[in-house]
Design a protein around this ligand. Structure first.
Ligand code: ADP
Length: 657
């Protein structure tokens, strides 16, 4: 008979202890391996993996417990109340299911890891203490609270470590096998450590009350048979798992191979594209370097050319001047930038230059204009400024480039020429007037001679006894005629002498043509030319200078006479014609000389152009300017049937001057 207060001392079969630990590790391995597949699966597969894992784990915990109990020997007979035993198994499976469900997610996270560990550790402990409660023996069981707590804490802590190992690090490809084993070992330790600490917490005091053995089974048959079945089940599950695993792995490998090929192909493409890009960048770099070098060269060339070169931004502000520009104007680069360049312009040319620029920049068309620029020494010279826009590929103007050329010398020559022309025109005018006066004198002399002759005839007739009245009348008519002509000529001379500046009076152009015909008659006769007038009646009157217009006509007639002077093969004819014209009147002077070709018809109006040994070449250019100053136009019609000159004059109603 044992003392009621004496604690029964149990002993351990260490072989069984080792086997219990092994069972825990093996079951953990199978369970964690199965649960490891849950994450990637979905639907029924996921449920299957989870169930498999939970069953393996639950049974593993349960089997470890009873193997551990088998390893523990008490001096009294121990039986187990099997409904409670089954309950402990159920608790272990459900706790495992829940814990594995929680942790088998893509991202584990602290909350899930802790929840999983508490459920798993708690489940292990619950299974253990429910298992203890199933014990039927002639003893009272007591538990040391501290050790019970420690057993639960150990279960949770080791579960946490095992789950972290199994799930949190699963993405790491290296050491997968080792990690799996490690997590299985740690989980096995969680189960075993809990169990044996829990056992250490329990003490058994003998009791006189016999245990209720209804529905109780002895541990031996349960242990020996149940544990064997459990082990087979666990191992079977593990084998099944690994075979399915192999299948899946083969599929995965195939998939992986396809994927790998694609990755290899993509990588190859990316590498090629990278290489291409690298080459392009290098190329661009080289091109940019070359451009910069050539840009530098260009700039030094631009700096040395004698023209003043500048560039402006589209808003009109200057951003570059070449060295020549800086030297000429004495402006530094900084002074010339922006609007500073305006300082180089003559104050009178500034506003017009800005206007020219504005309108060019607005239209985007190349431009040129003249302006005076100040030299560093303060002297102004005339320049021709030219600008062209530089566009990008889209056609937007990015810059304006321009040159500025010194045209002072050209300007001076032009003025000199203008002065010379003015002088010459004066000379020609005087000459023409001289010629006019000479021919007028001649014209006056002729009618006067006629008057004198006829008057003498009349006197003789009157002195005779039988005067011929008929002849007398003719002679008197001749006298009147000649007298009128002489008087007309005299009045022209008076008008000529009185007139210094051109005037604008209403004129009948037909009258002027007739006057000119009289004036040139001698010249016409001397050269055996037939001069004809074809004058339109009712012509509008024109506003003009009689002498100047006579001068134009005399010029054209004299040129015609010159052109026909040497003709031997055809008749020498000169026709002066007047006609109505939409603007006013059209006057034509047509000769039967050699005529003019297209090029000559244009050139003959150039000042100083002449083909005559003693010609000056100013007649036509002056005639044209006279006609144009009257608001008309003068031109030559090319052709080989003699030269045809035409000029228009506006009617006094249309005349602007
Ligand atoms: P110039 O009297 O010195 O010749 P113009 O200006 O009057 O100067 O004429 C220029 C040139 O035009 C003449 O030298 C001649 O070659 C040509 N020309 C003018 N009129 C005629 C014409 N009617 N027929 C042919 N050539 C003409």
């Amino acid at each position: 008979m044992l003392s009621a207060n004496a604690v029964m001392t149990g002993s351990y079969d260490y072989g069984e202890v080792a086997r219990s630990v092994l069972i825990a590790i093996a079951a953990s391995y199978a369970a964690l391996d199965l649960a490891g597949r849950v994450t990637a699966a979905s639907g029924r597969t996921r449920a299957a993996w989870l169930t498999g894992g939970a069953i393996a784990m639950g049974i593993g915990i349960w089997a470890m417990h009873f193997k551990g109990m088998l390893a523990f020997r008490l001096p009294v007979q121990v039986s187990y109340y099997w409904p409670t035993v089954l309950l402990s198994l159920l608790v272990a499976i459900l706790a495992s299911a829940f814990a594995l469900y929680v942790v088998s997610r893509q991202k584990l996270g602290w909350a899930r890891a802790l929840t999983g560990s508490f459920v798993m550790g708690g489940g292990i402990a619950a299974m253990h203490y429910i298992g203890m409660a199933a014990m039927r023996l002639a003893a009272v069981t007591r538990f040391a609270a501290l050790l019970v707590t420690l057993s639960v804490v150990l279960a949770i802590v080791f579960s946490f470590a095992a789950l972290m190992l199994a799930f949190d690090l699963r993405e790491e490809t290296k050491g997968t096998a080792l990690r799996k084993i490690a997590s299985a070992v740690v989980m096995g330790v969680a189960v075993s450590a809990m169990h044996y600490t829990g056992m250490a917490a329990a003490s058994f005091m003998p009791s006189a009350v016999p245990p209720n053995l209804s529905h109780a089974v002895s541990i031996s048959p349960l242990g020996n048979n149940g544990i064997v079945i459990v082990t087979i089940l666990v191992l079977g599950t593990a084998i099944l798992t690994s075979s399915v695993d192999r299948l899946t792995e083969a599929e995965v490998r195939r998939l992986n191979e396809g994927l790998e090929q694609r990755v290899v192909e993509r990588t190859r493409q990316l590498t090629a594209a990278n290489e291409q890009l690298r080459r392009e960048i290098a190329e661009r770099q080289r091109a940019e370097d070359a451009l910069r070098r050539s840009g530098d060269r260009l700039r030094s060339v631009i700096d040395t050319i004698p023209a003043l070169v500048w560039s402006k931004m589209p808003d009109g502000s200057a951003d570059f001047f070449n060295q020549r520009f800086r030297e000429y104007t004495g402006l530094s680069v900084e002074e010339g930038l922006g609007e500073g360049w305006l300082k180089a312009f003559h104050p009178e040319d500034r506003a017009s230059s800005v206007d020219e620029w504005r309108s060019a920049f607005a239209t985007g068309k190349p431009f040129e204009f003249e302006a005076r620029l100040r030299r560093a020494d303060g002297e102004y010279r005339w320049f021709l400024l030219r600008g062209v826009p530089l566009r990008d590929e889209l056609g937007n103007i990015i810059k304006w480039y321009g040159t500025t050329t010194d045209i002072e010398d050209r300007k001076r020559a032009e003025w000199a020429l203008q002065e010379a022309q003015a002088g010459l025109s004066h000379v020609t005018r005087v000459m023409a007037m001289g010629e006019l006066v000479a021919s007028i004198a001649h014209e006056v002399n002729q009618p006067l001679t006629g008057v004198v002759t006829n008057a003498n005839f009349c006197l003789r007739q009157l002195a005779s006894e039988t005067p011929n009245l008929e002849k007398l009348r003719e002679a008197i008519a001749e006298i009147v005629n000649d007298g009128t002509r002489a008087s007309a000529v005299i009045s022209r001379i008076r008008a000529l002498l009185m007139k210094a500046a051109p005037e604008r009076v209403e004129l009948d152009i037909n009258e002027i043509i007739q006057e000119v015909a009289v004036l040139v008659r001698n010249e016409v006769t001397r050269n055996r030319i037939s001069l004809r007038n074809d004058l339109a009646p009712d012509l509008p009157r024109v506003l003009g200078d009689r002498v100047q217009l006579q001068q134009v006509l005399i010029n054209l007639v004299m040129n015609g006479i010159d052109a026909m002077r040497t003709l031997t093969d055809r008749s020498r004819e000169l026709l002066i014609k007047s006609a109505k014209n939409p603007a006013g009147v059209l006057i034509q002077v047509q000769d039967s000389g050699p005529g003019l070709d297209l090029e000559q018809a244009d050139r003959i109006f150039e000042p100083f152009f002449t083909t005559k040994p003693e010609g000056i070449g100013m007649g036509l250019s002056i005639s044209r300017s006279i006609v144009e100053s009257h608001g008309g136009r003068l031109w030559a019609v090319p052709g080989s049937n003699g030269a045809l000159f035409q000029f228009t004059l506006p009617s006094s109603a249309n005349s602007v001057s």
